[in-house]
Design a protein around this ligand. Structure first.
Ligand SMILES: *Cc1c(COP(=O)(O)O)cnc(C)c1O
Length: 395
């Protein structure tokens, strides 16, 4: 496919067919509050329980545990905070290295830096946009030396302290293969599932492979608490420590203020959790709407010359958090034109995040070959994906 075969007018026409008469500009992803949100939030105000203790925080955690089919959930103030604490609990120490994709949102890499650890970037694969397990396998064989069952980077001498796969845009990464590598190299697995609430792999919700897994409820995610996150784990001790560290490491007591570590004020508030509980009641409806929207994008872009819509990987049932158009190889030079024309036309399409290894803070960080990440970042355009585009449709 050559550059000239991408017809931007045709592309805009097809986006227009999918979004229909939605008000312009059409956002990339907009939250929807059509359930009990108002009632629950007002209840927190009326009862005075707006802060970090209250029935909605507990209910939010237990609802999430049920939805994600994991035993323990600790709600946090943001997804980034969840990642930070998950990495600490996985045992990441200053100066150690954490494997993560370069193709991710900044929060994953920032959380590594908050631990004073070193991000070590991995390449992605085309089926899920997640870390490529085959490439990681070959790379680890090349750079890792095992000493007493602990993996060290033989180039830098640092311990490799965690592997953090990300389920990009709600598509489950090749997590079974990545978990196998984590076991083989004794590198703890921490899942960044922040984009994948409601996504399943082989019939089971994502987020149970890691020692710990994380969610986000930022305003643009599939369900929102305004801002929020959660740590998931099957380990009762890790769950207890997660709650302790996110609650300023306060030693429980009726009136004393004793703290046994430098903890964090990372708890989700009850007012946010109230919003979250109402949103979770709507999750099945949102996932269903988003899957139907994805289906319409795929049908509408059938036969489009110059690109294709990303489909869920085999075995996966994705929440299709964002719909993704991948321009064909050779069309890299047109990505900027597509973004400009679509935004001018009132479709708030967005590119991939700038790859982490190209940001000034992470220049010179250790990395494998990142050619797939580089190629995707020049070819991906994310399309309007709000659940309301389906739920508000007439007829
Ligand atoms: C949203 C997101 C997070 C967490 O973000 P917060 O805004 O802190 O909740 C982390 N990683 C990825 C990949 C994300 O998309």
């Amino acid at each position: 496919m050559t550059k000239n075969e991408l017809d931007i007018a045709d592309l805009l026409d097809r986006i227009g067919q999918v979004v229909g008469d939605a008000a312009r500009p059409v956002p990339l992803h907009e939250p929807r509050f059509d359930g009990a949100e108002r009632d629950y939030v007002l209840e927190t105000i009326d009862t005075g329980w707006v802060s970090s203790v209250g029935r909605f925080v507990n209910r939010f955690e237990s609802d999430l545990a049920e939805i994600c089919q994991v035993p323990y959930v600790v709600a946090t103030g943001t997804g980034t905070a969840a990642l930070h604490v998950a990495l600490l609990l996985a045992g990441v120490q200053p100066g150690e290295e954490v494997l993560l994709p370069s193709l991710t949102f900044i929060a994953t890499a920032n959380a590594v830096k908050y631990c004073d650890a070193v991000p070590h970037f991995c390449d992605s694969e085309m089926d899920s946009f997640g870390i490529d397990p085959g490439k990681l396998d070959a790379y680890l064989r090349d750079i890792v030396v095992l000493r007493n069952g602990v993996s060290f980077n033989k180039v830098t001498g640092n311990r490799i302290a965690a592997l953090v796969p990300v389920h990009i845009f709600g598509h489950p990464a090749k997590i079974d293969e990545l978990a196998e590598l984590s076991t083989r190299w004794s590198i703890p697995l921490v899942e960044d599932s922040t984009e994948a609430l409601g996504s399943k792999l082989n019939g089971r919700p994502v987020g149970h492979h890691g020692l710990l897994s994380t969610l986000s409820f930022n305003g643009n995610k599939i369900v929102t608490t305004g801002g929020g996150g959660a740590i998931l784990t099957a380990d009762p001790d890790l769950a207890k420590r997660a709650k302790h560290l996110t609650t300023t490491a306060k030693v429980p007591h009726a009136w004393r203020f004793d703290h046994d570590a430098v903890g964090y004020n990372y708890r989700l508030t009850n007012i946010s959790a109230a919003l979250g509980v109402a949103q979770l009641e709507r999750l099945p409806v949102f996932v269903d709407a988003k899957r139907r929207l994805a289906e319409r994008y795929m049908t509408t872009f059938d036969g489009f010359a110059g690109g294709r819509i990303l489909r869920e990987p085999s075995g996966a049932e994705s929440n299709y958090w964002l719909n993704t158009l991948i321009l064909d190889e050779g069309c890299e030079g047109l990505q900027e034109d597509v973004l400009q024309a679509a935004n001018d036309a009132g479709f708030m399409v967005r590119p991939l995040w700038t790859p982490m290894h190209r940001l000034p803070m992470f220049k010179g960080a250790p990395a494998m070959d990142l050619s797939v990440c580089e190629s995707l970042s020049a070819r991906v355009v994310n399309l309007p994906s709000s659940p309301g585009l389906e739920l508000s449709r007439a007829g």
